[in-house]
Ligand binder design. Structure first.
Ligand code: ADP
Ligand code: MG
Length: 293
């Protein structure tokens, strides 16, 4: 390899907002045929906002928002931010939880105002043998059909309501997916979020292959499974929960707007956090290689 060509490649990369860990990274870009895209924060902005508040009989909106908001205030998850901010806006000051635990990929649990509170996926509630009553399950399904994420809230052993949050797809995501296809890559959407929300986002940006409801620790297994099928995998992600998968992929692209863990695990950093730059990065690397050969 001629070092000059590599330097030109990496220098041009920096101009485009692509930071490349080392010249050996370029080689991986030639073989990739599949690009796995994390949903939240990668294909979507990750800036969610609180929408609907749906309560079980006997529960007020204020109560639901106060307990759920207080607990989510202690979490850094984009969904948690949306709920805590929305609750504070609608109810005023939130109490400080007396206990708090983050349950990766499922939600949060803790104690607020003396109540044992759960906020998260229906699966988090079922781990405590709590079922959603029919009217809450129907509200959840309706919200998900519209592409919103529905979060369940329970306290003292009973489901108390549903909060819905929504996250916008980034302006450039659909164009970027088309561009990645033109480069010969098959896009796959990978998310911990539920199937209905994932499929609605996938439809919006033009992705056919969706792998949803994957726990953070299982994202690596998905990448390995694709590799075992003989595919060479690029992964684009932003979260702490993507770091291991980014490291396992043949080519890891981290959103520069994401977490430090993701950036450290990636081979390439997309400074602006724009998916279009992922396509630029692959095209530029391939071109640089062509110059060397
Ligand atoms: P993604 O893979 O799309 O980045 P995560 O793995 O971080 O998503 O989360 C998966 C799902 O777990 C979320 O869509 C949400 O339903 C639930 N969840 C995780 N953390 C929280 C939280 N703090 N509050 C509510 N729900 C949560
Ligand atoms: Mg993410």
């Amino acid at each position: 390899a001629t070092p000059t060509a590599l330097m030109v490649g990496t220098g041009r990369g920096a101009q485009l907002g692509i930071l490349i860990k080392g010249p050996e990274v370029l080689e991986s870009t030639r073989r990739v045929d599949t690009v796995v895209l994390d949903k939240t924060g990668t294909v979507t902005t990750g800036r969610m906002a609180l929408h609907d508040v749906i309560t079980a009989p006997g529960v007020t909106d204020q109560e639901l928002l106060r307990l759920a908001g207080a607990l989510e205030h202690a979490s850094e998850h984009p969904i948690a931010r949306a709920i805590a901010d929305g609750a504070a806006e609608r109810t005023g000051a939130l109490p400080t939880p007396e206990g708090f635990e983050n349950v990766a990929g499922l939600g949060v649990q803790g104690v607020v105002d003396g109540h044992a509170v759960l906020v998260g996926r229906e699966k988090l509630l079922s781990e405590w043998a709590i079922e959603l009553p029919a009217e809450l399950a129907a509200a959840k399904a309706a919200a998900e059909a519209e592409g919103r994420t529905a979060v369940a809230v329970a306290w003292n052993g009973e489901a108390r309501g549903i909060l819905t949050v929504a996250d916008a797809v980034k302006d450039t995501s659909a164009e970027a997916v088309a561009e990645l296809r033109r480069l010969g890559l098959t896009p796959v959407l990978l998310t911990g979020d539920n199937k209905a929300v994932a499929e609605s986002v996938a439809r919006e940006v033009g992705i056919d292959e969706v792998i949803a409801e994957v726990l953070p620790q299982d994202k690596v297994a998905v990448v390995k499974r694709l590799q075992a099928e003989g595919r060479t995998v690029a992964m684009v992600g932003d979260g702490v929960n993507d770091a291991a998968a980014l490291a396992t992929a043949d080519l890891g692209l981290a959103m520069g707007t994401g977490t430090d863990a993701a950036i450290e695990a990636g081979d390439l950093t997309l400074v602006r956090g724009d998916l279009l730059v992922a396509a630029d990065a692959i095209r530029l690397s391939r071109r640089t290689l062509a110059t060397i050969k």
